[in-house]
Design a protein around this ligand. Sequence first.
Ligand code: OGA
Ligand code: MN
Length: 209
Amino acid sequence: MRFAIIKRTLSTLKLLDRRQDPKFPINDLTIIESFISEQEELDLIKYLNRKLRRLPYETNHFDHVITNYREMQISEWPKEFEHIRHRMISATGLNEPSSINWKPFHALDLGDRGSIGKHVDHIEYSGRVISGLCLLSQAVVRFRAKDQPDHYADVLLPQKCFYVQRDSLRYDYTHEIIADTNGNYNFMGSTFKRSRRLCLLLRDDIKQQ
Ligand code: OGA
Ligand code: MN
């Protein structure tokens, strides 16, 4: 068990730039690379593209936090993908994750210039775990302590990874998906161009616990 935690921390470390925030609570973040196979990713993308096909991209969220996106709650998750949902639930790291009530999946499609400004997910809406399965392209998520917003840690979320933020990262830090207006972003000194990205977000349900 201890060995598993050490291994998990090491794999998270190479995706993490915490030079601006050495106190970043690394134990409250898990990133599992290659969480799904190429075929599983293709099948999920095909399914999500079909679900989203009639929705236009929005330019601005009502509170301007997010641009160039579309989103949907998926209330009936297909049986053929149930094993992936189970894999995600067990990987959240919660004790007895199957006894927890989970909210329906939230699919978020960010266009190639899309970004998400800093925010904390509504604490009345969901509980202490926010997790996401990242499809189509990589992105960088930036975490800032709420009481020290000038300090930040950047985390590279590779395509096909599953990431989990919990506890202090969920409540005491904001998160944002960075990109300038042209969709460019930087990680560890290299510049990348954002391309379209899908994220399948899984959150626990606070009301039913
Ligand atoms: C959100 C969010 C992050 C992501 O939808 O609230 O922060 O990885 N998404 O897409
Ligand atoms: Mn969020």
